[in-house]
Design a protein around this ligand. Structure first.
Ligand code: SF4
Length: 508
């Protein structure tokens, strides 16, 4: 699979170069239901072709179906069947378990001798996660994270966490203030070689109307480049990663983030080697930065994957907030006068990337407040981000950002008014709206929709102890103001979702 580019993975144990064949396929299937970001498609195909060439250089036989091969049947099951009929192998087809439940189900439905191998690119196996959740059915991320810290003996002093506390979130919520971000060394760039240039031509030719731009394509597409990116992060950006992990700034897509999720999710890097590089800490980063990163890597990332396999396939259909609207068209174009969304969507279109707080508290949050169907948010996320794989995208969007799972990924919805974005960014000062206003011509749509969200879901959320503060604030508002806010929110909802790019959901 395009997200399994590791020639040393468990699928290759016992590989016999004299008779075994590696099969790789570029397929239209995924790119056709939702308009995919060109950069995302190019990243996958370029990384796949580089992997093919590396494996061939090792003397391994690779059968590779290119996208525009006239014989290409353009879907996993159909193309696998065609290649199987060509090869007529004596043995079996070995598949590292896919990161997408639907792909696995489609392969299982084939009448072919397929053997699935457990993916060894995670620090918590599926069976280990099952055992943990069987022992504690309401396990939350924090409990899981502590168990992983103990198991891996990471940042521990005996039974206690290094520094006397398990997290340093309070130190990790700084904004850049008036001065803006301090001096940063941006992530390294890897100019396109001949292989990548051929892919860029192919993508431009095959998907001319898709969103995104292939200008300045400089993403790591090989393991060597991914390792260089890792080294660069731990040397240059890790020290400030912690305190500024929730901060946003106009024109800055990467800030102090590692930008390693793409290489990790395509298996160009292994989580254990990333963990070791961060713990080696060559830049003497403070504990809040190291712990903040470790939490994402061994806590959040592994938890998300465990939840995905534990709750699929029903998980994809969850919609705890009863959202009914489609994804607005401007999520593919950035054509909005809301400065924060324009910035975050711009980063998404230009880089197939936005950092986690833009995804959660701008892109995701606005869809939540608006009332977009959570599975649609997931489909958009899958189509636009270079690092999105089903196992990570679904719990992250449907669960965490849309609260569609009713509290599995987060114990309360990630909902806030425009004041949060104003505190954490420099966007509001350059916006036609006012973050503090919920009514009037210049009222911030986030703020209007936030109060409307609380009012609409009062019955579901007001008894949640973590929502007590927001509901006390809502109660202080005069009833006539709440009514006017709800009227304005209804008009906004209608206006903003009039146009969409998505067809009706076909999978949930
Ligand atoms: Fe976003 Fe509202 Fe701030 Fe404008 S005022 S940037 S819409 S939060």
């Amino acid at each position: 699979m395009g997200d399994q580019l590791d020639g040393a993975s468990a699928a290759f144990h016992g590989f016999d170069a004299a008779q075994d064949i590696i099969l790789q396929m570029e397929l239209r299937e995924e790119a056709s239901t939702v308009p995919q970001n060109k950069r995302r498609i190019a990243f996958f195909f370029s990384a796949m072709r580089h992997f093919r060439d590396e494996q061939r250089a090792l003397g391994r036989q690779v059968w590779y179906t290119e996208l525009d091969d006239p014989e290409n049947r353009q879907s996993f099951p159909a193309e696998l069947q065609r290649r199987f009929d060509q090869a007529r192998p004596d043995g079996e087809i070995i598949v590292l378990e896919p990161g997408d439940y639907r792909v696995r189900a489609a392969l299982e439905a084939l009448d072919l001798p397929i053997r699935f191998i457990e993916d060894d690119h995670f620090l918590c196996s599926r069976s280990e996660f099952q055992a943990l959740i069987a022992a504690n059915p309401t396990m939350i991320l924090e409990t899981f994270y502590r168990a992983m810290r103990r198991k891996l003996n990471v940042l521990m002093e005996g039974e206690e966490p290094v520094g006397g506390q398990w997290n340093f979130d309070r130190d990790n919520r700084k904004s850049f203030g008036r001065k803006g971000p301090p001096l940063m060394i941006p992530p390294p760039r890897f100019p396109a070689d001949d292989t990548t240039r051929a892919v860029l031509d192919l993508v431009e030719r095959s998907f001319p109307d898709n969103p995104g731009s292939l200008q300045d394509f400089a993403i790591p597409v090989t393991r060597a480049q991914a390792l260089q990116s890792l080294d660069d992060f731990v040397r240059h950006r890790l020290p400030d990663f912690g305190r500024f992990q929730d901060a946003m700034a106009g024109g800055q897509a990467f800030l102090f983030h590692s930008v390693l999720s793409g290489p990790l999710n395509l298996h160009l890097l292994r989580p254990l080697e990333v963990l070791r590089a961060v713990l080696a800490n060559p830049s003497n980063a403070p504990l809040n930065a190291v712990e903040g990163f470790v939490r994402q890597l061994i806590g959040w990332r592994e938890f998300v994957r465990g939840i995905y396999w534990h709750l699929m396939p029903d998980y994809a259909a969850r919609n705890a907030m009863g959202a009914t609207l489609p994804m607005p068209r401007f999520y593919w174009t950035g054509d909005t006068d809301m400065r924060c969304l324009h910035e975050a969507i711009g980063h998404t279109i230009d880089h197939a990337y936005a950092h986690h707080i833009e995804r959660l508290m701008v892109l995701g949050e606005f869809a939540l407040l608006l009332g977009v169907r959570p599975y649609d948010v997931h489909r958009w996320h899958m189509s636009m981000f270079w690092d999105a794989i089903d196992w990570v995208s679904l719990p992250n969007t449907l669960g965490m950002s849309q609260h569609g799972d009713g509290g599995v990924m987060g114990t309360k919805p990630y909902a806030a008014s425009g004041a949060y974005i104003d505190r954490m960014s420099d966007h509001c000062g350059r916006c036609r709206y006012h973050p503090g206003k919920s009514l009037g011509e210049d009222a911030c749509p986030f703020t209007t929709l936030y109060w409307d969200f609380l009012a609409r879901h009062r019955r579901k959320l007001s008894r949640n102890p973590r929502m007590r503060g927001p509901y006390q604030n809502l109660m202080r508002k005069p009833a006539k103001d709440v009514l006017a806010i709800r009227r304005r929110a209804t008009a906004l909802r209608k206006e903003l979702t009039r146009e969409t790019f998505l067809r009706e959901p076909d999978q949930a």
